[in-house]
Design a protein around this ligand. Sequence first.
Ligand SMILES: [Zn+2]
Length: 298
Amino acid sequence: MIHYDRCPLCSSVEIEDYLLTRDYFLSRETFKLVKCSGCGFIFTQDHPDANNIDRYYASDDYISHNESATGFLNNLYRLSRRLMLKRKRAIVKNFTGLRKGTILDTGSGTGHFLSVMKEAGWTAKGVEINDKAREFSVSTFGLEVISPEQLSSLPSGSFDCITLWHVLEHFEEPFRYASEILRLLKPGGSCILALPNCQSFDAEHYKEFWAAYDVPRHLWHFTPVTLGIFAEKTGFNLKCTKSLPPDVFYISSLSEKYKGSNLSLIAGMINGLWFSLKSIFNKNRSSSLIYFIKKKSF
Ligand SMILES: [Zn+2]
């Protein structure tokens, strides 16, 4: 177990209890979220270390890595992924200002996003920890996907863009990873991060049942403010943010299920619609946010 006496983001010792929540997805174990009084960073206290985290991912339903998972929610996830792929490609193009270039997708999963980038003429590479997902992306899409241990062998300044779609919150050492991203980016290169937003309307509504806390797999629970501090401290400038609309429906339905609601899908859809309407006028309270950060030029 990893215990923090200081805030990992600002080193303050003023850490207060924030929320008790459960691993509703798999183990049913309770975990504590704490909040730094100095910078507002919220993180999972006493989380399993690298040697003990694997069993919290050991489920056939872990849909990021499993293409055959069934059920309405998994189908909804796959439908929303299809809708999102082209949008993600447009996001990369718009933010980098490039029609083609070199891209590294971290936590590339089954490789669907990278395959879309490759089709568009990008030189695409992936990093993925799960052996089956890596093999799937190589055999299905002919992608080049490495394991995280091989990352340090990649030459510095290789990429125009590095993407992390809902992965940074899983990393035990986000600072070390950020410095590796900094090294791998070309001067002025871009990094695109998608993260759950724990100051969203849906997080406020569902409290300990909010599905995107996803303990103990999610270690860090960012907000626009704390991600801005993280970017600044790791050698990046936060340029802008964008909301990721379909996530709120999936997260709300799952949160309703965790709450024990009988009509979790319908309730999740109705609430999801309400939260997404409200966040049109307040983007920083969207369920998930995409952050565009650029390597600082000295
Ligand atoms: Zn702090």
